[in-house]
Write a protein that binds this ligand. Structure first.
Ligand code: C2O
Length: 560
């Protein structure tokens, strides 16, 4: 006799509950309804696109090695896809999410079941929409706890809290980017920075509520901080308290103390906050942009509070603090230089010691002619002079089914013409267009130097690689010098991440092992730069045997 679907679901839940008492249920089900939601809280003029009506969206909570099933149902008029940022997706590129890279988007009225396993990962990550500018409001946290019975490599905090930082536009974000694309100019900056969905004071908006973290004196709290903003790197600081950094991008680091953290879009940082202040009351939490180039950003400070819970009816005085200045390069630099992989027996740093593919990617902005644009030209972005053109079917499908004419596997390993990248005597700003990928055999080791260029202006680019973590072996200012700079690389305990900033007018060197077959996006995580073409993809071939081979696409895979 066939069991009706409802009963079957019930049986699964009961079985899960029962097994949770013995061992944990290792498959976690989520349903993401992508819906419009009216929100007056933020003085928006239009309803926003959300998951399940929540902003930020629901948190996915799981343990290392769990399998996650997320059924996404698209109820809005936009095409949708969701990316599980930082999840390695070993052999499951079909669930990675970037539209037209690994999948066709989920069309209005359609459904797709993302299915992936959190193999060997624990910590904080985020999920977000990976199409158009929808991730402005379609994002949320992924909390991966260690396997049952495995402790953190630091004292267990009393409590944990997810802290999602965002950027807020009063108007519709799709209108913001469409207008920018029409004009060929930069997009409008946001109107506020949010902390767990609450902004600080916004002009012309009388929403007063702030996110508050209640703390007990003497106890320790772990904050899982996520930068879900579109275009801005952020400082995060709490009045009267140090923060101890213990993890970034779901990898443990050697703990260190800091006054402020700097966090780029797509990055996550776990810090321990010790509620050790003598005078109780409230402490201000501030979030503000970091920008050390002549680019306009949203200067609004996002606010929240940490409030001590005490029995004494003390007056609730608020201790204030100011964020670092907007161009505090030194603060950002000191912070990123302090990050080191934990490199313990349990969590070794497996940085490749030798390199099969040595790549130099010059990244930056350019200008191309555009007859319909305001100045007769359009700002674009490029890697090695290639402005990436999105295909109309996904690269992963084209690769898997051997469809020709979608991409070429000839992405340049070096800039076509070397120049003084960080000087400003360039006369030709024009770029080439193409859907070009760089092919890697399975298990190849890659060194990739990301070199900022000052063509239009130097700027910090937070680069994100899908499908892998990488090791940040070096960084510096000016032009990368292969002879001199490579000698100083940290091949012992570099930090392991999935998103790293390329400093303004400088370079960053990363290494990774291509041990995940599929097509993997590499792009600047400033959404405006991605839109302008600061992106490319690696095609990693299958290795030998089923464990090194990309799985076939799922049955419900979306069609273009
Ligand atoms: Cu978080 Cu391709 O992005």
């Amino acid at each position: 006799m066939a069991i009706p679907i409802v009963d079957r679901a019930l049986i699964v839940v009961v079985l899960c509950l029962f097994s949770a008492m013995l061992i944990e249920c290792r498959v976690r089900h989520y349903k993401f309804n992508v819906v419009l939601k009216n929100t007056t809280r933020l003085c928006a003029t239009k309803p926003i696109v959300t998951v399940n009506g929540q902003f930020p969206g629901p948190t996915i909570v799981a343990r290392e090695d769990d399998t996650i099933l997320v059924k996404v149902v698209n109820h809005v008029k936009y095409n949708v896809s969701i990316h599980w940022h930082g999840v390695r997706q070993i052999r499951t590129g079909w669930s990675d999410g970037p539209a037209y890279i690994t999948q066709c988007p989920i069309q209005p009225g359609q459904t797709y079941l993302y299915n992936f396993t959190l193999t060997g990962q624990r910590g904080t990550l985020l999920w977000h929409a990976h199409i158009l500018w929808l991730r402005a409001t379609v994002h949320g946290a992924i909390v991966i706890l260690p396997k049952l019975g495995v402790p953190y490599p630091f004292p267990k905090p009393h409590k944990e809290a997810v802290v999602v930082l965002g950027e807020w536009w009063k108007s519709d974000v799709e209108a913001v980017i469409n207008q920018a694309l029409k004009s060929g100019l930069a997009s409008n900056v946001s109107d506020a920075h949010t902390i767990n969905g609450y902004p600080g004071p916004v002009q012309g908006c009388n929403s007063q509520k702030l996110f508050n973290l209640p703390v007990e004196p003497g106890k320790k709290y772990m904050l899982r901080i996520i930068n879900a903003a579109l275009n801005e790197e952020l400082f995060f600081k709490i009045a009267g308290h140090h923060l101890t950094v213990v993890e970034v991008d779901a990898t443990y680091v050697k703990p260190f103390k800091t006054d402020a953290i700097v966090i780029a879009p797509g990055q996550t940082t776990n810090v321990i906050l010790e509620a050790n202040n003598k005078s109780t009351g409230k402490y201000l939490v501030v979030v503000s942009p970091f920008m050390d180039a002549p680019i306009s950003v949203d200067n609004a400070t996002g606010l929240a509070t940490v409030r001590y819970l005490t029995n004494s009816p003390s007056v609730l005085t608020t201790t204030l603090t100011a964020p670092p200045p907007i161009n505090a390069t030194q603060v950002a630099d000191t912070f990123s230089s302090s990050l080191r992989g934990l490199n313990s027996k349990e969590y070794p740093v497996r940085v490749p010691q030798s390199v099969d593919h040595s790549l130099l990617f010059a990244v930056g902005l350019g200008v191309n002619p555009c007859s319909t644009c305001v100045n007769g030209s359009r700002v674009v972005a490029d890697i090695n002079n290639v402005t990436f053109v999105m295909p109309t079917v996904s690269l992963l499908q084209a690769h898997y089914f051997n469809t020709s004419g979608v991409f070429t596997a000839d992405f340049p390993a070096n800039p076509p013409v070397p120049f003084n990248y960080t000087g400003n005597q360039v006369s030709n700003f024009q770029t080439t267009k193409g859907t070009r990928v760089y092919k890697l055999p399975y298990n190849a080791t890659v060194q990739l130097v990301l070199q900022d260029t000052a063509m239009l202006t130097p700027e910090n680019h937070p680069f994100h690689l899908h499908g892998f973590n990488f090791f940040v072996v070096g960084k510096g200012s000016g032009n990368y010098n292969p002879k001199k700079d490579s000698k100083k690389f940290n091949l012992v305990d570099p930090v392991e991440r999935n998103t790293v900033g390329v400093p303004s007018g400088g370079w960053t060197s990363i290494r990774f092992r291509a041990d995940n077959p599929g097509v993997w996006f590499l792009h600047c995580h400033l959404e405006i730069h991605t839109t302008w073409g600061l992106k490319m993809a690696f095609l990693v071939e299958n290795g030998v045997g089923p464990n090194e081979t990309l799985l076939p696409p799922p049955k419900d895979f979306p069609k273009c």
